[in-house]
Design a binder for this molecule. Structure first.
Ligand SMILES: [Ca+2]
Length: 364
């Protein structure tokens, strides 16, 4: 039986609407941006997706389940992390695509931008709001130092030759007044084909009827197409603070048609005694090959209905879902021995910057 059909995980899906879902040593978008060969005409707020939904890049499938025979010993284990990651991408798209639709010019004369934005949730409900975006430099991560941004939508201030990050803070104007929605930094702007690098945090309490207060953050570095990393955190509020956290870290090494992809996640319900209900996994596969290597630890509700509680460095054939010799994975270079779980997400991971760094009301 699927994790998704258990009571808890049905609730997970309901909570996140569309459903949701790695330490992030691999992501360091704070590194100096490489000089961009070109600049986009308008700002793209990219979904930092690394596709783990299929085993061949030529396939159109949206779920790894299409490649896995049901009923194999590890069929569910192979599929479920992939599905959660894919659903996480869908959640990000809900917030980011409407912002890209604003078509904000990349131009050093734009230090602010204001325009109508329409958000749509998973059941098609929409909210149209006015967004106000300020691009001045600020301290995103709260370390006491501003991020050194350009102060405009362009990484190149007028007359400058060295690119700088682009910072943004977004407020939306609701019936209850203006509220903070999102803050972030582009360390390298997305060109569409190469989404660059950046970091952001979103809090949807300004849009409670649509998303119920979901908070999320992401760090991504896709500047090198042969070495991409995305670190994603999701938090959903419960009766007494956050109830549910997901932390998903995905890397891709190599070109799309033969990439090794590693998906590491730690998810927990914190409404129960801490970490009683938790799910941690490491999974790795290589595009174009039929093997998956994985390690899983599940506790509490996550072990219901047949999901294994603990496996380590298992090698399975994707198409059958059954265990094979570990050498098959070792030879392929995908064995996960020694790969550690990521930390569980905390409230800090999904919190907007302090009011000192991100004022409660728009600053223009
Ligand atoms: Ca800082």
């Amino acid at each position: 039986m699927s994790l998704f059909r258990s009571g808890r995980c049905r609730r997970w899906i309901v909570l996140f609407g569309i459903a949701a879902l790695g330490s992030c040593a691999g992501v360091n978008p704070a590194a100096p941006p490489a000089p961009p060969a070109e600049l986009p005409a308008a700002l793209i707020f990219p979904v930092p997706s690394i596709d783990v939904s299929k085993t061949t890049s030529a396939s159109a499938s949206g779920s790894l389940a299409a490649f896995v025979a049901p009923g194999g010993r590890f069929s569910e284990e192979i599929v479920q992390g992939s599905d959660l990651a894919t659903q996480g991408d869908a959640i990000l798209g809900v917030f980011l695509n409407p912002l890209t639709d604003l078509k904000i010019p990349v131009d050093p004369s734009f230090s602010t931008f204001e325009g109508p934005v329409t958000f749509t949730n998973h059941v098609g409900e929409t909210v149209a709001l006015n967004a106000k975006i300020d691009f001045s430099d600020f301290d995103l991560d709260g370390d006491g130092v501003a991020e050194g941004c350009s102060g405009s939508t362009s990484p190149l201030p007028t007359g400058a030759t060295a690119p700088r990050p682009v910072c943004y803070r977004i407020w939306v104007e609701t019936e209850e007044g203006a509220q903070r929605l999102m803050a972030g930094v582009f360390n390298q702007l997305s060109l569409g084909t190469n989404i660059g690098a950046g970091r952001y945090v979103v809090n949807t309490s300004a849009l409670p009827t649509l998303f119920g207060g979901l908070s999320l953050s992401a760090m991504y570095d896709h500047r090198d197409p042969l070495k991409k990393a995305t670190d994603l955190f999701l938090g959903y509020p419960g009766m007494t603070g956050f109830a549910l956290f997901a932390h998903i870290f995905i890397t891709q090494q190599g070109p799309d048609e033969s990439a090794i992809k590693t998906l590491i996640m730690s998810n927990t319900f914190v409404e129960d005694p801490p970490l009683m209900d938790s799910f941690r996994s490491v999974g790795r596969f290589k595009e174009g090959a039929d093997f998956w290597s994985g390690t899983i630890q599940a506790k509490g509700a996550f072990t219901q209905e047949g999901l294994v509680e603990s496996i380590a460095d298992v090698c399975a054939q994707i198409s059958t879902g059954n265990e094979v010799s570990r050498l098959d994975c070792v030879d392929l270079g995908i064995d996960v021995f020694g790969v550690t779980f990521v930390d569980f997400a905390t409230e800090n991971d999904v919190s907007l910057p302090s009011s000192a760094n991100f004022p409660d009301l728009p600053i223009f």
